[in-house]
Design a protein. Structure first.
Length: 274
């Protein structure tokens, strides 16, 4: 009994420690954002006077109203298309048992090993040759392709565990492949689809590298691209940069808190499915 209590308390202390380590950067951002604009705060030093106006100033300086619109358009362009293609591919590879499915699936798995940084240079020249530089399409189209390996892998993990008897019963009732997909399997895949949509939203909203490299107009980038607005010729305004970072993080934090249970449940399900 005593050993069990010790293990319980040890586990709780470890969780508290991990939570403190996770929250420390956010606390540091918040404290720094309350210092006077243009200053260089030393660590977690609490300011003598709280400058809440830094958040409004950061919002205006980075034109976050326009960037909010731009990010929304990019998310709307990326997430629905990625979900549709990934669901179709995942259903074909995971449930229909099509010929050559293992080879196709291996190609998608290999795509998971490609980092954004490793392909940014050839991607730049390809987008330039397509005449899409400095447009939102320069972010939308590459993101759809870059997200596809994980998206297909995620949806395949769901469809591969669907019982074959379910499809056989639908075929006996006269359903063709298209009806089988839309009327039977897509409704059952809604938990996996919704969790994947959350992930794609978070990754698209926080995309920084592609927005900086492929789009010169700051107002056509994602919200993360607003961070460059606080870098001037002679340095960086640290308090405004921290305030802007918190404003950019706010939507993703709200989304995560609202869909926290669904998100965590889907991650655990995805880790058990193969």
């Amino acid at each position: 009994m005593i050993v069990g209590r010790r293990e319980t308390w040890t586990g709780r202390l470890l969780l508290v420690l991990l939570m403190a380590i996770t929250l420390l950067p956010f606390v540091s951002l918040f404290v720094t954002a309350l210092h006077p604009s243009g200053s260089y705060p030393p660590g977690l030093d609490w300011p003598a006077e709280l400058h809440w106006g830094n958040f409004a100033e950061a919002f205006q300086a980075a034109h976050m109203g326009e960037l909010l619109k731009s990010s929304t358009l990019i998310v709307v362009g990326v997430v629905p298309v990625s979900l549709l293609i990934a669901t179709l591919a995942g259903f074909a590879i995971g449930h229909l048992r099509m010929a050559g499915r293992q080879a196709v699936f291996l190609i998608f798995v290999l795509g998971l090993t490609l980092p954004f940084e490793g392909i940014i240079t050839p991607l730049y020249y390809q987008v330039r040759d397509m005449g899409l530089l400095n447009t939102r399409w320069a972010i939308i189209l590459p993101l759809i392709g870059l997200f596809m390996p994980f998206s297909v892998f995620w949806m395949r993990a769901h469809f591969v565990n669907m019982p074959a008897e379910l499809s056989e019963s639908a075929r006996i009732d006269g359903a063709n492949v298209w009806q089988l997909f839309w009327r039977v399997h897509v409704p059952l895949a809604m938990p996996a689809l919704s969790s994947l949509a959350i992930l794609l939203f978070l990754w698209t909203w926080n995309q920084f590298l592609l927005a900086i490299v492929l789009v010169d107009d700051p107002l056509k980038r994602t919200m993360s691209g607003a961070l460059g607005a606080f870098q001037g010729q002679w340095g960086t305004d640290i308090p405004l940069l921290c305030a802007g970072s918190l404003l950019i993080l706010a939507p993703t934090l709200v989304i995560f808190l609202v869909f926290q249970r669904r998100f965590v449940t889907a991650l655990l399900q995805g880790s058990l499915k193969g």
